[in-house]
Design a protein. Structure first.
Length: 326
């Protein structure tokens, strides 16, 4: 049986930092409120003139270097993002161009904060088909480009980052072992950005009405995020006969420390098995999970059981069971 193994990982986090103190000078908020309610201390901000593909390209270049892969040998490049450089061409195309990837097919995936686990599922099936042997899955967002810095209920939450992995075939018992993914469009009113699409193309009116920014009803999203991420993580554990001892790592989407802790508790995991870096980066949407994997890479061992779980706009959510391959 062929499985898709992650054989290398890279990430890019922009240098510039926006702290809670900085934010408290722009909107009526405080470090105390943000730390208690969300768990974010600071977030990184990409330069105004740069786009998501600039971060993606840095992450992909690192993956190519670490896996000793020539750009021309990449066969597929998938980019999960909600903040593409442009409506079209795709951010995958822009990233491929910046990395010298010339012989691949490529496209974007839009699954909001669940983007990386969606793209991992798609990339993994390209490998399983037997036709493709080098698949890049990149994911990330320039969330600051769609954040309203007049809205204190959303502006502390988001930051910019991207990550990327190489997927290659393996016949060993490692790689993407299982996945459960969902979409439910019934909650659009609670989490969306309506401006700039085909129903509300950019106009003076869409700008005046702040329609080019993330709109979120935090409490509704919070409630669904906790229950759906916890349910799907427990489901994937049970159907793969895993328990709180045999799961080595939980890699949760980083939207709120309270959501992360609630999911870890439902799975019965001790806190030292739960990857948390939200305090440094905030919610980088599709970027959170690959950035965690990148930062924890040196602690991961071949055969470790990882559960990746995310929840985001759509709503989209799910979990992936991954056995670390190196
Ligand atoms: O990644 C995609 C999925 N997104 C998520 O998973 C996010 C899910 N939601 C959340 O993480 C939380 O709902 C938030 C962090 C967004 C908000 O936290 P909350 O505990 O749900 O706060 P709240 O919206 O219930 O607001 C509590 C109070 C309100 O004041 P009153 O009405 O109680 O007087 C808000 O006006 O906190 C106030 N508030 C703030 N105060 C200081 C809201 N934002 C701020 C702020 N600073 N930045």
């Amino acid at each position: 049986m062929i499985r898709a193994a992650i054989t290398g990982i890279g990430a890019y986090i922009p240098e510039a930092i926006l702290t809670n103190e900085d934010l408290s000078k722009i909107v009526d908020t405080s470090d105390e409120w943000i730390m208690t309610r969300v768990g974010i201390k600071e977030r990184h901000v990409l330069a105004k003139e740069k786009g998501t593909s600039d971060m993606g390209a840095e992450a992909v270049k690192l993956v190519l270097e670490k896996t000793n892969t020539k750009p021309e040998d990449v066969e597929v490049i998938i980019f999960a993002t909600t903040t593409p450089d442009y409506i079209f061409p795709s951010t995958a195309a822009m990233t491929a161009e910046k990395c010298g990837i010339k012989n691949a097919l490529g496209f974007d995936i839009q699954a909001a904060c669940s983007g990386f686990i969606y793209a991992l599922e798609v990339g993994s099936n390209f490998i399983k088909s037997g036709k493709y042997k080098k698949v890049i899955v990149a994911a990330g967002d320039k969330m600051t480009s769609i954040t309203n810095y007049k809205d204190r209920t959303t502006c502390p939450l988001f930051g910019d980052a991207a990550g990327a992995v190489m997927l290659e075939p393996t016949e060993e018992e490692v790689g993407v072992m299982d996945s459960i993914l969902h979409i439910d469009g019934a909650f659009t009113a609670h989490l969306h950005m309506y401006g700039g699409g085909s129903i509300h193309p950019a106009s003076h009116e869409t700008v005046d009405k702040d329609m080019h920014y993330v709109y979120q009803e935090g409490q509704v999203v919070f409630k669904h995020a906790v229950s759906k991420m916890a349910d799907v993580s427990v489901e994937i554990m049970e159907r793969n006969h895993l328990n709180n001892e045999t799961v080595d790592w939980l890699v949760p989407h980083q939207a709120n420390i309270r959501i992360i802790e609630a999911v870890g508790n439902r799975m019965g995991l001790s806190p030292d098995k739960v990857m948390v870096n939200i305090q440094k980066y905030g919610n980088t949407s599709a970027g959170t999970i690959p950035v965690c994997l990148y930062e924890w890479e040196s602690q991961l061992k071949k055969g470790d059981n990882l559960i990746l779980t995310a929840f985001g706009g759509g709503f989209t959510w799910g979990a992936v069971y991954l056995k670390w391959a190196y």
